[in-house]
Ligand binder design. Structure first.
Ligand SMILES: [Zn+2]
Length: 264
């Protein structure tokens, strides 16, 4: 399908949840004039700015950048490092690359629905490093985002599969302005992704984790969530995470979650 057709299909699928009565009244309504301004249903995210943070970077393990990666900073709760290389599948497929590809697919889908999308990094390369988690966190406010979504995958051998979501707890002077909305958006996102078929974590209970420990969330001045899309050490999740169709599936699940978070 062309991008335009795919966007329309997505919009049509999104009305699957309305009642039969409402659907009937919608269908009975007179046709709207065929002008772009009169067709907001095709651009439900118009006016929204989404900051996507594909976690980690391949070059974080490059010795040339050891000094950069060794930086640390207090995050309101504890002092943590700049960034890490992330986890990987049993076969060595890097989390950094998975996060990057999902973010790229998701960016296309969000833009098809009218959103502006900004990414915290511009590639996935052994010749690049970072940015540090504090810069990722501050990025949302820098680009005027309505929501910062940090995309990650977990690495827990033998634990099972499925996704879970981290949201910030209240830390005075740090997250007291964004903890409430972040937690509400995270809850809506979790429900929408699960409803869309994303497997919920078999080992993280509850799957919405309120935490003071994550720098990316604590440094954010806009509502922020960090999604662990699955467990790279789980064979079933790993198979989905390393295939192109699987990565697109994760992007589609995130899209459903973001729309629910923003009530769009
Ligand atoms: Zn990660």
């Amino acid at each position: 399908m062309t991008p335009r057709v795919r966007a329309r299909t997505t919009a049509l699928l999104a009305i699957g949840g309305v009642s039969a009565a409402l659907l009937a009244s919608l269908l009975a309504a007179p046709a709207a004039p065929a002008t772009p301004a009169a067709a907001p249903a095709s651009a439900p995210l118009a006016g929204m700015v989404i900051a996507l943070d594909p976690g980690h970077q391949l070059g974080n393990s490059n010795p040339n950048f050891a000094d950069k990666i060794a930086q640390s900073r207090f995050n309101g709760y504890e002092t943590k490092g700049c960034n890490t290389t992330g986890t990987e599948t049993a076969d060595g497929y890097p989390e950094s690359t998975f996060n990057w590809r999902v973010a790229r697919y998701l960016k296309v889908r969000l833009r098809q629905l009218g959103a502006k999308v900004k990414l915290t990094r511009d590639g996935d390369s052994y010749r690049k490093w970072g940015p540090c988690v504090w810069d990722r966190g501050e990025f949302g406010a820098e680009v005027g985002a309505d929501l910062l979504v940090s995309i990650h995958a977990d690495g827990a051998p033998g634990a099972g599969g499925g996704f879970f979501i981290f949201v910030p707890s209240v830390i005075d002077g740090w997250t007291d302005d964004i903890a409430g909305p972040s937690q509400r958006m995270g809850r809506r996102m979790l429900r929408a992704m699960a409803d869309a078929g994303a497997p919920v974590s078999e080992y993280m209970s509850p799957p919405l984790v309120v935490t003071p420990t994550l720098s990316t969330l604590n440094f954010s001045d806009v509502p922020a969530v960090l999604v662990e899309l699955g467990n790279m050490r789980d064979p079933g999740d790993a198979a989905r995470m390393t295939s192109r169709d699987g990565q697109k599936q994760y992007a589609d699940w995130l899209l459903r979650g973001i729309r629910a978070a923003l009530r769009r």
